[in-house]
Design a protein around this ligand. Structure first.
Ligand code: ZN
Length: 388
């Protein structure tokens, strides 16, 4: 067995931050994540993991990494998966006080794009793994890094379609301030378009006004939002009801023309247990009626595939163990993660990682240095618990 000295976790994080891996629906901003995966692969090879990097179908510049340490080369199931995403959101460099693509240490924090969401998790996981893999683990330890989490979760969807080795526990290392998260809401983004017809503004009968129809659509959405809030509540979330946000509205080109086309983009956050397909089809029916009545056809399209809600049992073994190790009670959050995609392959799944979601997607994103040793020590105990 080779003995290699890995760089320190902060130095590995510096390398990852220096390798941009923005994912975005805008092709002008979208970048490959393979540079990041190659660094992870090198370090994981050095600590005797088998590493596989597979490109997404029809997207050669995007890939997932699956690295597995099998005890004495045995091909058995079970053990632990430490999972995360290798991409970041785009950033506005002008708003940063240091280069987002270069790790900058100040005030006991490391700053850089992805420092907490979530390039920072991988060096800590690799460093923890390096300290236990030579101590004869009995069950597999797997580290997974996906692509495109920030732009529709294509990497995790591909992983779930292809299937992965079954594990006892999957930990998704998104920033939760080391609080075990056992549930999150699902998210749906929809585009509602209205097709009217234009005409001279002096006579309303010369056309069909798509903004007038939008007025009726928005009224209906308010009613729908009220109905969702009345029918569904789950305690434990900061916002205990499903939410519907009107996020983006576009219409018209001139005050003296009847508006021909309008579009509204909305975001729906559904609670675990809600049937997303049924909710969307209910909404469509309500809006189609308005389109028919006003003679302005309405279309409702998904802007991106739905992110399922995530829920694991309150008495989850891994959550209880993490509560003991971190001293923090389990909870629920509103942001979506890749956790639901691992649930078919894992007896238990939990979201638990260093750093805070409030620093994610922000200028000067950072992780406090104190998280490095705290998280590493918890991960070492977790690996020993589930792989021995
Ligand atoms: Zn993230």
């Amino acid at each position: 067995m080779k003995q290699v000295v890995l760089p320190s976790a902060t130095s590995m994080l510096g390398t990852l931050i220096g390798e941009p891996s923005v994912s975005s629906r805008s092709s002008a901003l979208d970048q490959s994540n393979i540079g990041v995966l190659n660094h992870l692969a090198n370090w994981l090879h050095d600590i005797n993991f088998d590493v596989e990097i597979s490109s997404l179908p029809e997207e050669p510049a995007k890939a997932n990494l699956i690295a597995t340490y099998l005890p004495q080369g045995q091909h058995i199931d079970g053990g632990l998966i430490l999972a995360g995403h290798s991409d970041t959101v785009p950033c506005d460099e002008k708003l940063w006080h240091s280069d987002p693509y270069s790790l900058s240490e100040r005030d006991s924090r490391v700053h850089g794009l992805g420092a907490c969401d979530m390039k920072g998790f991988f060096p800590i996981a690799i460093s923890a793994a390096s300290q236990v893999v030579n101590k004869k683990l009995k069950k597999p330890l797997t580290i997974i890094a996906t692509s495109d989490e920030e732009s529709g979760m294509a990497g995790a969807r591909f992983l779930a379609d292809r299937g992965i080795r079954k594990a006892d526990v999957t930990l998704v290392g998104e920033p939760t301030e080391l609080k075990p998260i056992i549930s999150h809401k699902g998210a749906i983004t929809l585009s509602i378009t209205i097709q009217g017809s234009s005409g001279h503004s002096s006579n309303p009968d010369l056309g069909r006004n798509a903004i007038d129809s939008m007025h009726a659509v928005i009224q209906e959405l308010m009613e729908f939002r009220k109905a969702l809030a009345n029918n569904y509540q789950t305690p434990g979330f900061d916002v205990s009801i499903p939410t519907l946000n009107l996020g983006c509205l576009r219409a018209g080109d001139s005050p003296n023309r009847i508006c021909e086309h309008s579009e509204l983009q909305i975001d729906l956050r559904l609670l675990p247990g809600m049937n997303a397909d049924a909710i969307v089809s209910d909404l469509k029916q309500r809006l189609y009626v308005i389109g028919d009545k006003l003679g302005t056809p309405i279309d409702v399209l998904f802007l991106s595939p739905a992110i399922p809600a995530f829920e694991s049992p309150e008495n989850s073994h891994v959550a209880k163990l993490l509560e003991t190790l971190s001293g923090k009670a389990s909870g629920k959050v509103a942001f979506g993660t890749e956790a639901p995609f691992y649930q078919d392959f894992s007896k238990e799944t939990v979201v638990f990682g260093p750093g805070s979601i409030s620093q994610a997607h922000q200028p000067d994103e950072y992780m406090e240095l104190s998280y490095f040793s705290k998280t590493e020590s918890i991960l070492i105990q977790l690996i020993q618990h589930f792989c021995n």
